[in-house]
Design a protein around this ligand. Structure first.
Ligand SMILES: [Zn+2]
Length: 301
């Protein structure tokens, strides 16, 4: 009897359709078969009947209303709480050969500014139906553990700071880079900071980006399949060595790509029990400090 009462109390105290998500994370609303989802005044499709709510790396802690429309079109409302994440600061002096990325010439500065313009046009993603399922596919055949570098503020010298909004995977030079899901190549070009870059739109506002490639095997407008080779690992642009930088935007929000490469059930969900919610928060809070001498650098600006 008391056990039942305890469960009922936990449900009512914590079951008011609330989910807590860290900056750069993704919330989930499982338990009701969903057709469409809403947050930030946007309405978009559910992925395999589940709603996901991306939270930008720099979202101010606070609450957002979330919505879910079930298969019968009935609307359910909930609350997403944004929790501040504890991202590391990393000192990362650049070697002399990369000096042109610190003391940028007028010409390079104009070039980078033009590139930012073309990048900004594709980062919001299209509103097509999702062409992906979760988890996403790995971007390399053998994907090593990334540096725990998502969200880190990198200090190249006293005057140059950069927010790292993706993850770096130490995959070796020349290895194939693979599309993490089906989609359309919306931008494939050589950029000043990011080197050879590929941006893929996967529908539902999800865009993936792959930087510092040695070579690019696709072009603007190409349709790609999940796992298709889109280029080779390199160290072009502002990179101290070969690696893959993977970035993700969902509804324009910068999110940790590692979260969508893992099982979606690990994401915090509206349907979590109090214990599950607590466990997921603790797990997200437990971040190892990034290595002081992390060997690679870049950003997406
Ligand atoms: Zn990177």
């Amino acid at each position: 009897m008391s056990l039942l009462l305890g469960a009922a109390f936990a449900q009512s105290a914590f079951g008011a359709n609330v989910v807590t998500v860290q900056q750069g994370g993704v919330g989930r609303w499982a338990g009701i078969a969903a057709k469409e989802c809403g947050i930030y005044g946007k309405r978009y499709k559910a992925v395999d009947a589940v709603c996901y709510y991306p939270v930008d790396i720099q979202t101010t802690p606070g609450t957002h209303e979330i919505a879910l429309w079930d298969q019968d079109g009935k609307q359910h409302l909930g609350t997403l709480k944004v929790q501040k994440a504890d991202f590391p600061n990393v000192d990362m002096p650049l070697p002399e050969k990369l000096d042109r990325f610190l003391h940028v010439s007028q010409e390079d500065s104009e070039r980078a500014s033009k590139e930012r313009g073309s990048i900004a046009k594709v980062l919001g993603g299209g509103s097509d139906d999702p062409r992906f399922s979760l988890p996403l596919g790995a971007p390399a055949a053998k994907l090593p553990k990334s540096e725990d570098d998502f969200g880190s503020e990198r200090r190249f010298d006293q005057d140059h700071l950069s927010l790292h909004s993706g993850r770096d995977y130490p995959v070796g030079l020349g290895n194939p880079v693979k599309a993490i899901a089906a989609g359309t190549v919306v931008l494939a070009a050589d950029h000043f900071f990011a080197g050879n870059s590929v941006f893929i739109d996967h529908g539902d506002g999800l865009v993936s980006m792959y930087f510092h490639l040695q070579s690019i095997a696709v072009k603007d407008g190409d349709t790609v399949k999940r796992g298709q080779r889109i280029g080779k690992i390199g160290g072009t642009g502002r990179a101290t060595g070969p690696h893959l930088h993977l970035g993700l935007r969902w509804l324009g929000k910068r999110i940790d790509p590692a979260l969508l490469l893992a099982k979606p059930t690990a994401l915090p969900s509206v349907s979590d029990s109090k214990d599950e919610a607590q466990h997921k928060i603790e797990k997200a809070e437990h971040r190892e400090p990034a290595e002081k001498d992390a060997p690679v650098v870049d950003d997406e600006s």
